[in-house]
Design a binder for this molecule. Sequence first.
Ligand SMILES: *[C@@H]1O[C@H](CO)[C@@H](O)[C@H](O)[C@H]1NC(C)=O
Ligand SMILES: *[C@@H]1O[C@H](CO)[C@@H](O)[C@H](O)[C@H]1NC(C)=O
Length: 311
Amino acid sequence: LFYTIPFYFILLFFLFKIKSIKGFIYTCGGTLKGRNGTIESPGFPYGYPNGANCTWVIVAEEGNRIQIIFQSFAVEEEYDFLSLYDGHPHPANFRTRLTGFQIPAPVTSTGSVFSLRLTSDFAVSAHGFKIYYEELQSSSCGNPGVPPKGILYGTRFNVGDKIRYSCVTGYVLDGHPQLTCVTNTGNTAVWDFPVPICRAEDTCGDTLRGSSGIISSPNFPSEYYNSADCTWTILADPGDTISIIFTDFQTEEKYDYLEVEGSEPPTIWLSGMNVPSPIVSNKNWLRLHFVTDSNHRYRGFSSHYQGKPPF
Ligand SMILES: *[C@@H]1O[C@H](CO)[C@@H](O)[C@H](O)[C@H]1NC(C)=O
Ligand SMILES: *[C@@H]1O[C@H](CO)[C@@H](O)[C@H](O)[C@H]1NC(C)=O
C-alpha cells in the first residue's frame, strides 16, 4: 500500500496532464473595423498553431458590404478549416468551409458583417492564409477574382464597368466571357454573370444557353468513365432563374458525385442511387460539376433544365 498510493497519484497526474494537453485551445482573432485591411493567420507564413480556434469579425459601415480577397492560402487539407460566415459567426450564417492549398475566389458578404473562423486539429500545420478585406459601397461590385488558368482584363469594378476573361492556351472558357457591374432590384451592385471557369481542352462539359435542354453524364445511358471531371455552366438572361429536373441518377455513393452551384444552399452535393429533387437557381446561372474516382462505374445522371423569366 505504501508504494501504490503514490503510484496512483502519479497516474492521475499524468491522466490529467494528457487530457489538458489534448484539450489545449489556442484562441486568437478579434473584431476589425475600417475601410480595408489584412488578416493573417497566427504565425503566417511559418505555420499556425495546432488546436487553434480563431474568429475574426469584420464590421463595415451600415449599408456597405465586405469583400475578402485571398492573397495566400495553405491549410492542412480536410483537418484544418477556415469557415466563412455571412454575418456574425452563428451556425445560421455559415456559408462554406475552406481547406487545402488552392487560393479561393473572393467572397462578398450580403450585409455589413462578415466573419472567419480558423480551426486546426492537434497535429500538422501549414503556412496559413493572408486575406485582404475591403468595404464595398452599394455602387461597387468588387473584384470578382481570376479563376485558375484564367486572365482578367479590367481593373474597375463599379456600376457600369465591364470586365473580360480569357483562358491560357490549352484551356477553354466555360461561362460568359464578359461581366458587367449592374444594379439589381435590391439596389445593390452585382455582376450580371458568374465568373467563367477555364476547363482543360480535353475534359468534358459545356456552356449552355437558351431556354431548355438536356445534360447527362458522359456515355449516358451507358456507364460513365472513371476519373471524369466535367463542368457544365447553364446561363440565362439576367433576372431569370433556371430549374433542373433529374430523370435518372446512379453514381457510386460518396466517391462519384455531382456538385450543383448557384442555388440555395450555394453548393449541393448529389451522390448515390436516388433521383434528386428538382433544383431551382437563385440567380441567372447554375453550374454542374461531375467528378468520378478511379474505380466503379454506373449509369450516371440525366437531367432536363429550363430557364424561367421572372413573374
Ligand atoms: C487601404 O486602402 C488605401 C487606399 O486605397 C491604401 O493606400 C492602403 O494601402 C490599403 N490598406 C491595406 C492594408 O491594403
Ligand atoms: C471555437 O470558439 C467558438 C466561440 O468561442 C465556439 O463557439 C466554438 O464551438 C469553438 N469551436 C471549436 C471547434 O472548438
